[in-house]
Write a protein that binds this ligand. Sequence first.
Ligand SMILES: [Fe+2]
Ligand SMILES: [Fe+2]
Length: 349
Amino acid sequence: MAKFCDFKILICDDSVTNVMILSKLCESEGFDKVKTLTDPRKVMPVIEESDFDLLLLDIEMPHMDGFEVMSRVREKYCKETLPILILTGLQDVDIRNRALSEGASDFVNKPFDQTEVLLRVKNLITVRQAYQLQQNLNHELELKVRMRTEALNRATETLIHRLALAGELRDNETGQHVMRVGEYARLLAEEVGLPEDVSFMINKAAPLHDIGKIGIPDSILLKPDQLDDSERHVMNSHTLMGAELLGDHDSLLIQLAASIAKSHHEKWDGSGYPNKLSGESIPIEGRITSISDVFDALTTERPYKQAWSIEAALEHLQAEAGKSFDPTLVQLFIDNIEKVKLIHHAYKD
Ligand SMILES: [Fe+2]
Ligand SMILES: [Fe+2]
């Protein structure tokens, strides 16, 4: 806790004698950071340059009276951050009431009783001290909460990332596939104008698109030959299984991941699965991930196929625009081909 001597006092009175008496008085009590002014016009510049904890302010002064000074001070500083002790020779009750209602914290009459002045100064400093203490505690608490929240967010992100890797490893994919899908998805999200935090979450959630494959038996998931109808049906259920696995959670990130798992095989023309949604009734995160996933699958080598060239993959996207894919998103993807290439190279297998 700050000691009395750490608090800074500013005294403004047009009478040099008063200023001297008051500053000596404060110093005698251990306040050694006292600044004095006899020109009220200097109050604002001085407190703007350096923080003070108490202002002793005369009312009747030339150029600018104490009310004017107080109103300017109160535009920027509240009673808690800068208390004002008014010094007044005016005995008028209306004037005192006006001073209190316009932001004075307390007042003393002139000529002052030295003991009274000191008691009022110490009272105001004590209140200021308590306020500062409270502020510091609040600040510390905020800092702790923020650090814990950040740690929790990092843990969630890490778990989601690891979960995505676990899912893709079962599926003969490489870890880089899910990373690239996340990056392409973020790029599309940003380019289509989604807010930065949503794009960030799509980046983290898109890698989980195939997490439901964890629940598909190896005999189907890893079958080298064509799947028959019933096997195809089981395979397609990875969408719903993924959504179910991720579940219904308060976390927007997990909700987004569940939505992507469910909708990344829907097609623009309504011929996809599991719900045969079409057009904009397919959630945008699903439409984005669908393009990102297919593009990456085409442009990378798999055990059963060579990697397509980027140009060939783009031709495929274009041919499927309006059929499999949202045509606006396909166009955005093509328009940003340079950024796409950067991602393709940065996350090479
Ligand atoms: Fe999938
Ligand atoms: Fe995938």
